[in-house]
Design a protein around this ligand. Sequence first.
Ligand code: NAP
Length: 255
Amino acid sequence: MSKQFFFGLSEKIAIVTGGSKGLGRAMAVGLADAGATVVVISRTKSLIEDTANEIIDRGHCALAIPADVKKPEDIENAVKIILEKFGRVDVLINNAGIAPMNRTTDISIKEWDDVLDTNVKSYFLSAKAVGPHMIRQGEGKIINISSALGKMASNMAVHYCTSKAGVIQMTRALALEWARFNINVNCIAPGFFNTDMTAMQQQDEAHSRFLQAKIPFKRLGQPEEIVGTAIFLASSASRYITGETIVVDGGYSIW
Ligand SMILES: NC(=O)c1ccc[n+]([C@@H]2O[C@H](COP(=O)([O-])OP(=O)(O)OC[C@H]3O[C@@H](n4cnc5c(N)ncnc54)[C@H](OP(=O)(O)O)[C@@H]3O)[C@@H](O)[C@H]2O)c1
């Protein structure tokens, strides 16, 4: 294998859920820069079209498909469109997520279900939808986005922490089951990144001070700082790694 193509994704078809903004948008653009054709999925049509247009403006191929990842029919429809158009699917990045902050006593059943359905069940639904095609192809890469809070606890986030721990264990169980089909299933656990998801925490002075003190790099990550890990896990460079969770958190969780 030539060094030049070790991290390359040319001729690969990649799906990024939650690609309308934040980490998903950065990974969608990064995968395209590495050579992949990228299918960007989220509920907000105008924003996924923005991401797709940025990719096209950079000289690559992209397609935006509006979908609510909580709905099995939306995911199945998206995979059907992708197969009709491209004939295969090589990479799935399960990234869509929500993170409402709330005291346990104030979390309604609906809020609990929304978090678990978006952050965990949708990852299962997407993997289930692409799995048969990756098995038929004899290869595939699934990358699940968890969180440092899948390993560490946080206040006001029992549903979020539970969902992100579930993603880590789903990754391991699926990796074990699908290794025989040459499908790698890995996970990225980001710490605190500068996206809309953390906007409220960034505005909270006490929390900002806590993060400054806790993160050895003394700053939040920028979305583009997750891209290298995503390309690594999507590419042949990681072909003997499966069931693994790579923490990308500026050292937040090392102490
Ligand atoms: N930012 C951080 O510090 C951080 C840290 C650890 C883990 N993470 C994880 O990284 C992932 C991305 O986070 P982010 O910070 O980029 O968040 P963000 O900026 O809030 O973006 C979330 C993305 O998920 C999509 N999404 C949410 N619900 C969806 C649904 N039902 N169907 C389809 N798409 C949906 C949103 O698009 P629409 O609203 O258009 O649907 C959006 O594209 C999440 O899984 C998050 O838990 C983030």
